[in-house]
Design a binder for this molecule. Structure first.
Ligand code: DP6
Length: 348
């Protein structure tokens, strides 16, 4: 039975709710789809704490589906149209959507244009509001089903958003793990020594990127290396799972960097080539490698679909590593956002 079946005949009522939902950083990347919002390989991420989106959504009855969206108080019609198209795509399963007016007031804690992807936090925050509407109108109270549905609905809006509805490490996509599925994400327990990882985000450039993730996924369809990449990602997923369970930070870090560089290699070698890395990204990577060689401290980097470097390390090394970042890396960056493992979304 579809996760949305119990809500097919819901009446339309007025309802208001607010959720705060975090961004996440993928250790094993989702890059390439094999159907509508179905990932070509499993992925694994760490949910962040400070980079969050807070979204208040008001649902009211209406003649037709209408969406109004305000970001930081400013009306943003282009984002409103995206949410409207998304809701429209759910109408076959949830016909009452046709008669909803949806007002969304959203804001990010991280500076707008800081180069931090807001789609995972933003779309999961909206999906949580919508799931709250579904559950409240139908009197459902099962918390574990609530988050499963929120993850499912987040995935349909943006794949990586489905991992943001859980705290800590999260997996998504069919794999050797029990209960794994392409439909929604699962939280993943790791060795206690790797539980509290930090992520210092080096913002190398805050400019809007010129190729969206959605377009990037599309370019994997005709990519000469696509199949090899999916095989590699599956192996990296399996190996990361083992290393996280065993508490082997060096192995986790080795794969983390391989994933980041493989993702960007795919971009640069895709049929319509594009490059999101900047000279300062590469300069900072070299500094991190040198620091690791000289100190033996477990400091590793990753990247998402942009030029900014995420520096990942266990909490216990915070002081030495942050001194290095402040002293050595500030010339290459416009700002540093200090983040860490977060425990997932909250209802406000
Ligand atoms: C590089 O989730 O933004 O961040 O499903 O098309 O919305 P859509 O794509 P999106 O892609 C994320 C790509 C990534 C890797 C990752 O987070 O796994």
């Amino acid at each position: 039975m579809s996760l949305l079946e119990p809500f097919r005949d819901l009446p339309v009522k007025t309802f208001e709710t607010t959720w705060r939902s975090p961004a996440n950083i993928a250790f094993v990347k989702y890059w390439g789809k094999k159907g509508h919002q179905i990932p070509a390989n499993p992925s694994l991420s760490l949910t962040l704490k400070e980079c969050v989106t807070q979204t208040k959504t008001t649902f009211t009855p209406s003649e037709n589906l209408e969406v109004e969206l305000f970001l930081g108080g400013d009306r943003k019609d282009a984002f409103g149209v995206k949410i409207k198209n998304y809701l429209h795509s759910l109408e076959a399963e949830l016909p009452f959507i046709k008669n909803l007016h949806v007002k969304i007031d959203t804001s990010n804690t991280f500076p707008h244009g800081a180069g931090i992807a807001s789609s995972a936090s933003g779309l999961s925050a909206f999906a949580l509001c919508f799931t709250d509407y579904l559950h409240a109108q139908s009197g459902q109270t099962d918390e574990s089903l609530f988050f499963k549905r929120a993850s499912f609905l987040s995935r349909l809006a943006s794949g990586s958003a489905c991992r943001s509805v859980y705290g800590g490490f999260v997996t998504w996509g069919e794999s050797e793990l029990a209960d794994s599925t392409d439909e929604y994400a699962h939280p993943f327990e790791v060795h206690p020594e790797l539980k509290y990882l930090r992520d210092s985000v080096l913002v190398i450039s805050a400019e809007e990127k010129n190729v969206s993730s959605r377009a990037g996924h599309d370019r994997m369809k005709e990519h000469a290396f696509a199949q090899a990449r999916f095989v590699q990602a599956k192996q990296n997923f399996t190996d990361t799972v083992v290393a996280l369970k065993m508490g082997d930070m060096d192995r986790v870090g080795e794969i983390l960097e391989n994933e980041a560089l493989s993702l960007h290699a795919m971009m640069m070698t895709s049929p319509e080539s594009f490059t999101l890395l900047r000279p300062n990204t590469l300069a900072a990577i070299e500094m991190v490698r040198t620091f690791r060689r000289e100190t033996n401290l477990p400091l590793y980097f990753t990247l998402d679909a942009g030029p900014n470097l995420h520096l990942i390390y266990p909490e216990v090394f915070r002081s030495k590593i942050q001194t290095f970042i402040q002293h050595e890396l500030t010339p290459f960056v416009v700002r540093v956002i200090d983040d860490e493992r977060g425990e997932g979304p909250v209802k406000c």
